[in-house]
Design a protein around this ligand. Structure first.
Ligand SMILES: [Zn+2]
Length: 428
């Protein structure tokens, strides 16, 4: 299939961060075939045309750390301290989750993500076969991570490797989904478990998605047990010997920052979750100064409480400005890069996150006639500090139009919302 977006403003996020004022994007199958200024001059026979006048195209946003099906727990057990909240509310409820819950919860998450311009998400949750089914059905790009946590780690690791082998052996799947090993954190796994996971990831050439240094409690637990920081432990056990994406990274020492730079670990900034759970502030400006790849994630909806990357971009920038007492830090362009091109790099996509020839066609169109984009002094600034995601009207993933003019093409939104409410009433 061929698709042309014409007369559109394009925020390419390429190396030069070019913005094309009135241009076109021509898409063939799953790829961006050409991008340019002015009019597309080739024949338009059998080409679907989208009029981009008054719209701005950006690369689809990439949510680098979430637990999608936790949408079912949005707003449940609010306001408790972390350990009481987990023990008394979240974990007992999660233990009741069946495949149906994961399926419907993930559908709600994907609906929310697509509506607010996210086209790729990095997931860590149980029963990833269900997440896989939903990602295929919704045509959203997903990185699947089966959590490995606690005593049952050996069985869980086996299942995660099996999932990886099953999905990767089917080449028709490989474009829309990939897998990572997802050890929960340094404090919920034994030394032997971390070692084995590190060795397996290296042998299978698969990436690792893990929570790192999220809270002071975690730092204290690891210090008491090993007299090390979580990052030092992950280096020693070999976890850092593979391609790693580390969520949170709130409490890193200067030498931890050097270490993750040396090991090419990507750090996921989760500002809203860190603020809501009062975990602390990650030193993102220091990470960027050192040349660390920083991407952005919402975390699950029970600690956020939504999956809106526009909110995450704004909060993330504001928090850093305040933390460093410097309004020049984290401008709109830098933050949009975290949500697009840096995310692609963190998830090992070398053809995603920018609008350029040859890349996968994941593109979002925002309505520039909404009040949040008027006037248009600085498009990056409006995108990060003014927009809220409601400007997203058209979403293209892998060359396919998933949403157009605010309406989903094949997803029955009303049915999903109804089913979600019903399932949650039965759960409580
Ligand atoms: Zn998390």
């Amino acid at each position: 299939m061929e698709l042309l977006i014409k007369d559109v403003t394009i925020v390419t996020m390429d190396e030069d961060r070019d913005v094309i004022d009135e241009g076109y994007i021509f898409i063939k199958e799953d790829r961006i075939q050409s991008v340019g200024k002015g009019q597309f001059t080739e024949s338009l026979e059998n080409v679907q045309v989208i009029d981009g006048k008054g719209f701005c195209a950006i690369p689809g946003l990439i949510n680098c750390h979430t637990h999608a099906a936790m949408t079912l727990l949005r707003g449940y057990g609010e306001g408790l301290p972390l350990m009481r909240w987990l023990n008394e509310k979240i974990w007992p409820m999660e233990s009741k989750f069946s495949e149906e819950h994961i399926n419907i919860g993930t559908k709600l998450a994907c609906l929310e993500m697509l509506r607010s311009g996210t086209t790729t998400f990095n997931d860590m949750y149980f029963m990833q076969e269900e997440v896989f089914k939903v990602a295929e059905e919704f045509n959203i790009r997903a990185v699947l991570g089966l959590p490995i946590i606690g005593e049952g780690w050996q069985e869980q690791l086996k299942s995660a490797l099996k999932l990886n082998n099953n999905l990767m052996s089917n080449t028709s799947n490989s474009k829309m989904v990939k897998t990572m090993l997802a050890p929960h954190s340094p404090y919920t796994l034994s030394y032997d478990a971390l070692k084995e996971i590190g060795a397996s990831a290296k042998a299978e050439k698969v990436g690792i998605h893990i929570h790192v240094a999220e809270t002071v409690d975690e730092i204290n637990i690891i210090k008491e047990k090993y007299n090390k920081t979580p990052c030092e432990l992950l280096e020693e056990t070999g976890v850092f010997h593979s391609k790693v994406i580390a969520a949170h990274c709130v409490h890193l020492t200067d030498s931890d920052i050097e270490l993750i730079k040396m090991k090419d670990v990507s750090a996921v900034y989760n500002p809203q979750s860190n603020m809501k759970l009062a975990s602390g502030v990650a030193r993102i400006v220091d990470f960027l100064d050192k040349g660390i790849n920083v991407c952005l994630g919402t975390d699950g909806t029970s600690s956020n409480n939504n999956l809106n990357m526009f909110e995450e971009m704004e909060t993330g920038a504001l928090l850093q400005k305040l933390w460093y007492k410097d309004p020049t830090k984290l401008d709109g362009k830098t933050v949009l890069a975290m949500a697009t091109v840096n995310g692609a790099k963190a998830l090992s996509y070398d053809n995603l996150g920018t609008i350029k020839e040859g890349n996968l066609a994941d593109i979002v169109l925002l309505n520039l006639n909404k009040h949040t984009f008027i006037p248009l002094h600085d498009i990056y600034s409006n995108m990060v500090f003014s927009a809220n995601g409601s400007e997203v009207e058209t979403v293209i993933v892998n060359g396919r139009v998933v949403m157009e003019k605010g309406k989903f093409k094949t997803i029955d939104e009303e049915k999903i919302l109804f089913e979600c409410n019903k399932l949650c009433r039965e759960l409580i």
